[in-house]
Design a protein around this ligand. Sequence first.
Ligand code: UFG
Length: 329
Amino acid sequence: MILIAGGAGYIGSHANKILNQKGYETVVYDNLFYGHREFCKWGRFVLGDLADKEQLRLCFKTYPIEAVMHYCAFCYVGESVDHPAEYYRNNVINTLNLLEVMVEHGVKNFIFSSSCATYGNPIEIPMTENHPQSPINPYGKTKLMVEQILKDFDRAYGIRHACLRYFNAAGADPDAEVGEWHEPETHLIPLVLQVATGQRPHIQVFGTDYDTPDGTCVRDYIHINDLAAAHIAALEYLKDGGVSTAFNLGNGNGFSVKEVIQTAERVTGKSIKVIEAARRPGDPPTLVGSADKARKILNWQPRYTNLEEIIKTAWRWEMSRTETRKTID
Ligand code: UFG
């Protein structure tokens, strides 16, 4: 059985669905702080916090867990700059609890949601896994600290791990059973789509004076189901005896904030009102990754290589839940 810590969240819920489709048994462990009970439609569910080691131990005693996928984290770059203590506690200390309980129960395989935010400002594009890791915000630092802890846990306790460094997770389950739902929402694509549905009056573009082709930040958007598929490939890699390592997960194509907005206008057929605003602290100008290593070693191939296709799935999800949501000022 696979323990999905944070399986009620955006990325974990998509992985849970695909794991179950592939015949894996899963148990979601989530405190529902940011996650949604409605997203736990597959496998078992345990309401629990990683801060609560006793509850974690009970979960490991109850279920025959053979591997852990760890998605629990606070993930707002801007918020991490303002509230670093919460980020270090939740993302680092709570992960340490999980790892210690794994050691106690002899569970050896760990798939970690890491991030391209561990790299910091790029010195070369596309970034490979060998790019220096020098994060520029507390969120990225928490992810790097866990990567370092994992190396020591491998050496000392034999916990083998795959650190999956995502670029920008985007899109939704094409059946719209789960999708992107953050409270508050801060991510570009859902916010832009909420302007298209009329729930928000405009989108603010954070910074138009970056050293990029159109002055706005460039990101590498990777579909959520492609991320989920990579987790399963990484799990199988570890089960087959693969050594601990890190993999970038991205498409290798960068899109600016303005290009995302224009693509969303094409997909939705709506015009999206833009307000130019100041830079958001902690944002690197460009993040684009090379995922050649994952392609070679995990035999992983993103299926959604076109931004329009990614946004279409996000739009379907946004439309499917628009009626149940209140208008946000
Ligand atoms: N942006 C805007 N206006 C908004 C929201 C975002 O202009 O209202 C811009 C941001 O400044 C950034 C880009 O759109 O340049 C993408 O922003 P997101 O918030 O969607 O994503 P981030 O790149 O900040 O962060 C996401 C995840 C992190 C992860 C990071 C890696 O939230 O967990 O991708 O790039 F680390």
